[in-house]
Every structure is written in structure tokens, then in C-alpha cells.
Ligand binder design. Structure first.
Ligand code: GUN
Length: 294
């Protein structure tokens, strides 16, 4: 069994990007800038946005953080997005999900200018992904999974990829990528969700199993074919009074039991998570280059 070390792979991508960005900025060019919007005080969202801000700073990007109370109106949130869309010194906009229930994520993501949509969640960028248009911004978690597989010399053509979860953030864009004709495409893709019957009979067929449902240890060893590649996107907080924080993070996969059956597996945390942040930075750099080259 080989551990796919997302932390190390992300670090090498960031080092490459850091050198490229710093070389560019020292030539007196404008500084790439990403704006983060966070609504409410969800502790996980606070942590994720802080992490993204700190990696952006490390690369030499500027970042702006706009925070709103849980009960912010759609009008106030959209006014902020509109201002950021118009501001030519801002190149990327990220609205941290999940949003409170009274706000439509779909409408909110669509409010972001497609050229600043570094999350790739707008209908414009998702539509382009569906059309296999290389000029789209691809959602960061699926893009990170693709990069992890590439760097681990995994090919996908002809393989059966089973994705657990149909979210806009992971499952749907991942399915589009793997069923497409790109370098990590040409797979047969099955997407499972909460209404799927006899889940184990499907996951047992997977050459590559991607778990992105947010249910701790949902994937057990009896659900995994021997020699499969398992990618764990889960990042679940479970209570643990023995830790200082009172919780620990765990994936959707029962790692200790599943790992011995796999040919390759990502740890969680330390697998997909760092890649998501690295791909966000790559998308921000791409957005900057597209906006400053004309
Ligand atoms: N919440 C969980 N993952 C993501 C992500 O990739 N982008 C945003 N904006 N919110 C998230």
C-alpha cells in the first residue's frame, strides 16, 4: 500500500508557484489579489479561510477578507460581490461555503464574475467544464484530486471510478472531469448519493473510489475492492475530549481498516485538503494572468 502524501505534493506545487509569483512581482507588476467572503462564525469555515489567507500571503498574494453576520441579507452580500467584481485590483473572489440556509448558494456563486470565479462554482465555469472548455476555472477539490492522481502515476482511461457524493463542490465536477476526454478522463464513472441502494455492491467495483460525503468512516473495508485506489475527501470533526481542541479531524474512510486493502490511499487530514488550497492559489494566479494580460 502506498500513501498518497497530499501535503508533500501540495508543498512542491506551492514552492513552484511561489517562485513564479515572486519573480513576477519583483518586476514591479501589480500584486495578485484574492478576496474572501465569509458569512457567519462557523468554526470550520473560519479555520479554512485563515489557512487560505496564510497560504496566499506566503505566495506574495494580497488578500482581503469580508465578513458578514449569519443573518446578512442577500442584498448586502450581493452589493459586496458586485463591488469586488468591479474592483480591478481584485483578481479572484471566494465565498466560503456553506452559506446559511436563507441564502441561495447557487444565486450567490452565480453573482461572482466568471473571470474572478476561482472556485469554479458559477454556472458559467461549470458549463464550460461540462463542455470541456480548457479556459474554465475548475473547482479546487476535484482539480486537487486530479493532480494527486497524476503525481502518483495513476491513469484513469477505462477504469471504473465510483464517487460518493453529488455536491457542486466535489462530486459533480469530479464526475465531469473523469468522464471527459482529458488526460485524467475516459473513465466509467458512477456517482452514488444518499438514495443509492446497496452502496457496497457498487463501491466494491471501484478501481478508484472517491469519498466526498462528510460522514466519518462511512467507507469500511468490506466496501473496497482489493488493490483499489481510495481518495478520502472527508474532513469531519468528531468529539475527542483527549485533545486540546475537544475534537479531532477524520475522513469518510475508516483508514486503519481500509488502507491494507488498497494499492494507494490518501490520509485525511493531510491528503486532499492541502491540494484544495494549492489549486485555489493556482486558479488565482491564472485569473490574475488572464485579467492583466489584455
Ligand atoms: N467549503 C468547502 N470546500 C470549499 C471550497 O472548495 N470552496 C468554498 N468556497 N467553500 C468550500
Amino acid at each position: 500500500m502506498e500513501l498518497i502524501d497530499g501535503k508533500a505534493i501540495a508543498e512542491s506545487l506551492l514552492q513552484e508557484l511561489e517562485a513564479e509569483v515572486k519573480n513576477h512581482v519583483t518586476q514591479g507588476m501589480p500584486i495578485p489579489t484574492i478576496a474572501f467572503i465569509r458569512v457567519g462564525e462557523d468554526p470550520a469555515s473560519i479555520t479554512y479561510v485563515r489557512k487560505k489567507e496564510s497560504i496566499a500571503a506566503r505566495l506574495g498574494f494580497k488578500s482581503r477578507l469580508k465578513t458578514f453576520p449569519e443573518d446578512v441579507t442577500e442584498a448586502a452580500l450581493f452589493a459586496c460581490i458586485d463591488d469586488l467584481n468591479k474592483d480591478t485590483s481584485v483578481h479572484g473572489i471566494l465565498i466560503q461555503a456553506p452559506l446559511p440556509n436563507h441564502l441561495s448558494e447557487q444565486k450567490t456563486f452565480n453573482r461572482v464574475s466568471p473571470k474572478k470565479d476561482v472556485d469554479g462554482f458559477s454556472s458559467s465555469n461549470l458549463g464550460k467544464l461540462c463542455q470541456e472548455d480548457p479556459h474554465s476555472f475548475v473547482a479546487c477539490t476535484p482539480a486537487g484530486i486530479v493532480e494527486l492522481l497524476k503525481q502518483s502515476n495513476v491513469t484513469t482511461a477505462g477504469k471504473h471510478i465510483v464517487i460518493l457524493g453529488r455536491s457542486l463542490i466535489v462530486g459533480k465536477p469530479a464526475a465531469l472531469i473523469f468522464m471527459g476526454k482529458g488526460s485524467l478522463g475516459n473513465a466509467t464513472v458512477t456517482v452514488c448519493h444518499s438514495q443509492t441502494k446497496d452502496l457496497a455492491s457498487i463501491t466494491q467495483q471501484a478501481d478508484i473510489l472517491i469519498a466526498a460525503v462528510g460522514k466519518p468512516h462511512l467507507v469500511t473495508e468490506s466496501m473496497v475492492k482489493k488493490g483499489a485506489i481510495v481518495i478520502d475527501v472527508g474532513m469531519n470533526r468528531i468529539e475527542d475530549s483527549s485533545t486540546k481542541r475537544g475534537y479531532r479531524l477524520t475522513g469518510d474512510v475508516d483508514f486503519d481498516r481500509v488502507a491494507p486493502r488498497c494499492s494507494k490511499i490518501t490520509p485525511a487530514p493531510g491528503g486532499v485538503g492541502p491540494m484544495t488550497v494549492a489549486m485555489l492559489m493556482k486558479n488565482t494566479w491564472k485569473a490574475y494572468q488572464l485579467q492583466t494580460s489584455s
